[in-house]
Design a protein around this ligand. Structure first.
Ligand code: ADP
Length: 194
């Protein structure tokens, strides 16, 4: 599903990744673990083209990420990303957070997008919060919304960048439970954690 071959990445003169290679099979769940500043975030951002890299190749479910002519928006639409600080759209309700890209990027009819969004909110236990704005939710709830939002795009794989490190300890498990279920359902996942 994801193939990372001999990838090196420089920020100006600073080398953040040195000759990184790994393979992630369909349905596999891997953790990228290491100290702060070791390049974990940079690595997964290279996987969906949020960062460029200078050497090597990354292939995600067919397309080569760094190749000229690769449809990066198209690729990103099917690579789910969950960030440390949730990055929900603050001016949209939870429901709109889950539908906007389905309609605008995938071209789904609004009714179908709503149905999918509500089913996913059920799955992460947040259907009752659908009309609220993200700022009214706890951190753990916001992160579960962010996971549901990514899943609404029917991703081929999911990238998690320290998904629980901004959460209070008592909220970590509600997010990990959702991630464990996702893994058990066969989702391909790359999880960055320190
Ligand atoms: P991690 O996720 O393991 O904490 P990062 O991938 O965030 O590590 O960062 C790896 C290294 O690259 C760090 O030394 C960091 O300072 C540097 N770095 C990250 N982003 C940038 C950037 N946009 N410009 C310059 N240096 C950066």
């Amino acid at each position: 599903m994801i193939s990372i071959r001999n990838v090196s990445k420089f920020y100006g003169g600073f080398q953040a990744l040195r000759d990184c290679s790994t393979e992630v099979a369909k349905g596999e769940v891997i953790v990228v673990c290491g100290p702060s500043g070791s390049g974990k975030s940079t690595l997964i951002k290279c996987v969906n083209g949020l960062e460029t890299f200078q050497q090597g190749e990354i292939v995600v479910h067919g397309p080569s990420v760094g190749a000229p002519g690769t449809d990066l928006p198209g690729l990103r639409a099917h690579v789910g990303m969950v960030f440390q600080h949730f990055e929900l759209f603050p001016h949209l309700s939870v429901l709109d957070n889950l539908t906007v890209a389905q309609v605008k990027v995938l071209g789904r009819p609004r009714e179908e997008a709503l149905e999918r969004a509500l089913a996913l909110l059920d799955r992460v236990g947040l259907r009752a919060q659908a009309a609220k704005y993200p700022g009214r939710l706890s951190g753990g709830q916001q992160q579960r919304v962010a996971i549901a939002r990514a899943l609404a795009m029917d991703p081929v794989c999911m990238l998690f960048d320290e998904p629980t490190s901004a959460l209070d300890p008592e909220m970590i498990n509600e997010v990990l439970d959702v991630m464990r279920e996702l893994a058990a359902d066969g989702m391909t996942m790359v999880v960055v954690s320190h």
